[in-house]
Design a protein around this ligand. Sequence first.
Ligand SMILES: [Zn+2]
Ligand SMILES: [Zn+2]
Length: 421
Amino acid sequence: MKAVLDHVGIAVSDLEASLAFFRDGLGLEVDTPEDVPSQRVRAQFVATGQSSLELLMATAPDSPIARFVAKHGPGLHHITLRVEDIGAALEQLRQRQVRLIDEEPRPGAEGARVAFIHPSSAHGVLVELKQVAQKRAEGEAPKRIPLGDIEVVTVSDGFFYLDGGAMFGVIPKTFWEKKATPDDRNRIRMAMRCLIVRGARTMLIDAGAGDKMTPKQADIYGFEREFNLSQSIPAAGLSADAIEVVLATHLHFDHAGGFTRRDADGAVRPRFSRAQYVIRRGEWEDANHPDERTKGSYFLENYKPLAEHNVLQLVDEDATVMPGVRVRRTGGHTMHHQMVIIESAGKTAVFAADLLPTAAHLPEVWIMGYDLFPIDTLNFKRAFLREAVEREYLIIFEHDPEIAAGYIREQNGKRYVEPVA
Ligand SMILES: [Zn+2]
Ligand SMILES: [Zn+2]
């Protein structure tokens, strides 16, 4: 394996006092300190060329750094080696009977994944392995999927982070963290993947979070939108003006935020100037009258301007929106949450939205804590999954950070997602 010295960790008892030496004495540049709640430490990086020093101070008496300082006094604590594939590195060490403190990688600062090797296997040195997070600006390229006479293309509005516990409802963390690694704020990374359908007309299904978020919301949700619909639609070979229909699965901010944009004069207007926006009437009513429970997800500026600009078209029930494209109410997540079914030449693709946000939500009871009517989700999901396996539906996952689309297969009574290349 290739390993590069990332940093040297130094345990200190007083961070501020240590800066008198490292910053003022040596004249080194220091970063702003960062708290790592899972380790109960405050970490401050000191720049030293290609690698750095990490000053570590305990923030609680049961912190590993507090125990270290009590036993050995302040001093050298660990070295950290950066590896490309931490899973492969741990496997290689395991095969050589190296004693590991962490059998599986766990979340470190800035979205990195880390694991410690026991000093008894490393000649008295505590060694940390680290795999840095995927580069933030890296966007997801559009994926073209032919479907008979229709072409569907996935387009990305970037990524964001939601609390892992809320994303998996009643499922204990010990189960879900194996499928979705949380960061040090217990959040998991999620895509905002929309779908362009090119058939009789050019349609966009959902539009991500858009760019009207406040700095506070941006911090809470950790948006990574350096590559968003404004880049992704041209990358798919289209201009925003080519979109004739925008179809909503529901009006939560991570689906409808991109329906409107704030112009230079501060006014919020429809983002796709030539498009009609198709929204289910029940969802429209609920989103315009949010209650205590739903007001955190429904922001009027995302959809109210559509009515004011006369580009809104409400549909009352399951209907064909354009040839080969129809909506079907799922309920559950919201009372009028709907999925989109695209059919051509005997093939079917389903944009499942928040019924099946990620491939990890495949088991029937893995239902989001956000769902307003989880029993309705369960009933709909149970019937739908059976149908999806039997009829070989291609499922488009709106929120899965890696799998854009796949088939649900069943073998020996166990279901899994077979991603499409
Ligand atoms: Zn939602
Ligand atoms: Zn969502």
